[in-house]
Write a protein that binds this ligand. Structure first.
Ligand SMILES: Nc1ncnc2c1ncn2[C@@H]1O[C@H](COP(=O)(O)OP(=O)(O)OP(=O)(O)O)[C@@H](O)[C@H]1O
Ligand SMILES: [Mg+2]
Length: 729
């Protein structure tokens, strides 16, 4: 049999990993050394050479996107259908298991996934019902507490609080929260994993079935598994399964979410006969980028120690841009991308990475202005938008009226005279009788607990949903979606909003109907016995569209550093390299290795770059409404300066003076509104003669202030501000 296509594209060490006969294999290697490639080739090797049935392999990736790519690569290598292969994220796989074994897992068949926002909402309600002060007991903290406990595999009864009043209180909230979820058939993200683990613990027959079937377990990004995932994996492997994991301790960036890099060491301890393979050749980045990244990460203590080298070219120095402010930074980055494209390169070869999602907005603005297509990963994702969640809540209620989170969301949306007071009454009833809100609503009406008007309104809501349910039962998913939007009058509800917002909301709702129309029940969901509607709702919650917006082919990629894991791009920008932003303020203040985790995050970001890496920071940044001065990130100092090339702002060598409130003459129209100085760097302006342009720099002060503007048609010009008669656009 010719296996050259499986082995030729690999180096010696990689081949050893792919063909290993040892029972378990750990590939511990740095960024860009081919771990993911090795994992995919191993998968193909097992099927083609060792004749393992595709049904017998489970591959775990970190994102749904990576899962899709892995499936595609595997089918290219294998030339056979990869449909029977289980490839997915831990959450995706747990979800699938629970759908197939809902009964054994103690769930109702129509259980729903509760996303993070709904979870918080539900917790807020519980905290209020307990009569606790939300200022002292924030729902976010409860959420954090509960999820962290679940990630450790702990139910309320497992938590020893030793009469510690704070912990005892959170445990009580956790208990109440569990009651609600159980009553309504709601499962949050952490619960998916915990239940899947409990399925193994409590249902030996089920476990046995999967142990026999899934003989080969392959896990990418192993350094970011948490305790419950590790325990789940260990049980599934049992005494006969074979486990192949790849990871890099230097890229462990989810410690804040419970990931445990120690799992790498535990793996060697807990699994017998582990062959460890180290890969040291990097195939991704230029010598310079690699050296800078290696230098940075060497500042961390207690690493497992790896050296990475490359045969590739040395490449360009790492660029470092000191921007005046965040506008200037965005302008610079987008300008560089413009140049890249003008040189004949593709837009999708460029990625802008940042620490916090809020940073994406400005880049989007400048990219829009330059008409460069882009795509944002993460951020406020399509399925997380208000209007989308509202419409989906109606669908969820059609599937399962006991879904309290959905009920709360839309019981008075659009407004139908069901006020807070009425809802409180329903809640009290629900709580007293231990029933979901939907049933409590019926009970309150029957027992005449509501005033006549309120009773009518609630009855109206019940009738609305019952009517929808009866009419739409056999409709296609697309029609159901449209029907729900029409019957609920959600669209007309949003029409009352300001025109701009209204347009986007209505467009999103149309997009949702399109998405429902185009939805095809994935074979694995069909196998698991899911209806189209169930499957659609689960996808909406689980994938929460890792991408946002249109599926453009060729567009600049915007994402947080966290979501860049595993990816690579020829041109990478890391923006906001400022102390306080990156490393994040919290990590500077807190102990416990948080700073090291930030450093690893920086290492992950840098090692995404293949040809060119560009770091930038702003001397002044406006965040959350106030301006702050910050010093460049300490991480920059940790890279050898010989590898960096500092780029000073192109337009003026000296530090520009930005007048806070100049004494320029008042002008009519546009002008200075109130006390606010309207012209900021990057500000779009119009000039009577030169037309439209963008402010690049200021110089001087008071009436001598000069401003540099890049006019679309007339090019770059210096103007005396007082006489320029610029209008803000
Ligand atoms: N033996 C090889 N020959 C040529 N190219 C290779 C080889 N091995 C890996 N590559 C290429 O190097 C790049 C990095 O590989 P891969 O993404 O598998 O690395 P990784 O170790 O998974 O990185 P990360 O730690 O960032 O996830 C990819 O473009 C891959 O195709
Ligand atoms: Mg990888």
């Amino acid at each position: 049999m010719d296996v050259s296509h499986l082995l030729d594209p690999l180096n010696e060490a990689q081949r050893r990993a792919v063909t290993a006969e040892d029972r378990h294999v750990l590939v511990l290697a740095g960024a860009g050394s081919g771990k993911t490639r090795v994992l995919i080739h191993r998968l193909a090797w097992l099927i083609q050479v060792e004749h393992v049935s595709p049904l017998g392999v489970l591959a775990v990736t970190f994102t749904n996107k990576a899962a899709g790519e892995m499936r595609e690569r595997a089918s290219q290598l294998l030339q056979v259908s990869t449909r029977p292969l289980w490839i997915g994220t831990f959450h995706g796989i747990a979800h699938r298991l629970l759908r197939m074994h809902w009964k054994e897992a103690g769930l109702p068949e129509a259980f729903q996934i509760l996303d993070s926002e709904d979870q918080q909402r539900l917790l807020r309600r519980i905290i209020r019902e307990e009569g606790m002060d939300e200022a002292h007991w924030p729902a976010r903290q409860a959420q954090w507490f509960i999820n962290a406990r679940k990630d450790e595999g702990e139910r309320p009864r497992h938590i020893e609080h030793g009469d510690h009043p704070v912990t005892a209180t959170w445990v009580r909230i956790y208990e109440r929260y569990e009651d609600y979820c159980n009553r309504g058939g709601l499962v949050d993200f952490a619960e998916l994993l915990l239940r899947a683990h409990e399925l193994w613990l409590e249902q030996p027959a089920v476990l046995d079935h999967y142990r026999r079937r899934l003989q080969h377990l392959l896990i990418d990004e192993f350094q970011d598994t948490n305790a419950i995932q590790y325990a789940w994996l260990r049980m599934l492997a049992g005494d006969t399964g074979r486990v192949f994991v790849v990871g890099d301790d230097d890229q462990s960036i989810y410690g804040w979410r419970g990931a445990r890099v120690e799992n790498v060491q535990h793996f060697m301890r807990d699994f017998p006969d582990v062959a460890t393979v180290r890969l040291e050749q990097n195939y991704r980045s230029t010598g310079t980028i690699l050296e800078a990244a290696n230098a940075l990460i060497s500042h961390n203590q207690g690493r497992m120690g790896k050296k990475l080298w490359t045969e590739g070219p040395e490449g360009h120095p790492v660029q470092l841009y000191a921007a005046y402010n965040e506008q200037d930074e965005a302008r610079f980055v987008v300008e560089q991308i413009r140049q890249w494209i003008d040189e004949g390169r593709r837009a999708d070869e460029a990625a802008i990475l940042y620490r916090t999602t809020a940073q994406s907005r400005l880049f989007e603005e400048y990219l829009l202005r330059e008409s460069i297509p882009y795509r944002v990963y993460g951020g406020l994702r399509f399925f997380e938008r208000v209007e989308i969640k509202d419409a989906l809540a109606y669908l969820r209620l059609l599937l399962n009226p006991d879904d309290d989170a959905a009920f709360e969301r839309v019981v008075n949306k659009p407004t139908r005279a069901i006020g807070d007071k009425t809802v409180s009454l329903l809640r009290a009833q629900a709580r007293e009788s231990g029933i979901p809100l939907w049933q409590a609503a019926g009970a309150c009406i029957d027992q005449k607990l509501l005033a006549a008007r309120a009773a009518n309104a609630v009855q109206g809501f019940i009738d609305l949903l019952t009517g929808m349910h009866e009419r739409m039962r056999d409709w296609t998913l697309g029609n159901q979606m449209q029907g729900v939007i029409d019957d609920s009058k959600l669209a007309s509800h949003y029409e009352k909003e300001p025109p701009e917002r209204m347009e986007t909301r209505l467009e999103n709702l149309r997009e949702l109907v399109n998405a429902a129309d185009a939805f095809v029940l994935p074979p694995e969901d069909a196998d698991a016995g899911l209806s189209e509607l169930q499957s659609f709702l689960s996808h909406a919650a689980l994938e929460a569209g890792e991408t946002q917006g249109e599926q453009w082919d060729d567009c600049v990629q915007l994402m947080t550093l966290h979501s860049a894991k595993g990816l690579e791009f020829p041109l990478v920008f890391i923006a906001g390299m400022e102390d306080g932003l990156f490393p994040h303020q919290r990590s500077i203040e807190e102990s416990g290795g948080r700073l090291e985790e930030e450093r690893r995050l920086c290492y992950v970001g840098m090692t995404r770059a293949r040809e060119q890496l560009c770091l930038s920071y702003a001397e002044v940044r406006r965040m959350h409404g106030s301006e702050s001065h910050s010093r460049p990130s300490r991480f920059i100092d940790e890279m050898p300066s010989s590898l960096l090339r500092e780029i000073r702002p192109r337009v003026s060598a000296e530090r520009p003076y930005v007048p806070a409130r100049p004494s320029a003459p008042k002008r009519s129209g546009g002008g200075f509104k109130g006390q606010e100085w309207p012209f900021r760097l990057g500000q779009a302006v119009t000039h009577r003669k030169f037309g439209e342009g963008t402010v690049l720099a200021f110089e001087g002060s008071g009436e001598h202030t000069r401003v540099q503007v890049n006019f679309d048609a007339a090019g770059v010009k210096w103007l005396v501000l007082a006489y320029a008669h610029l209008e803000a656009r």
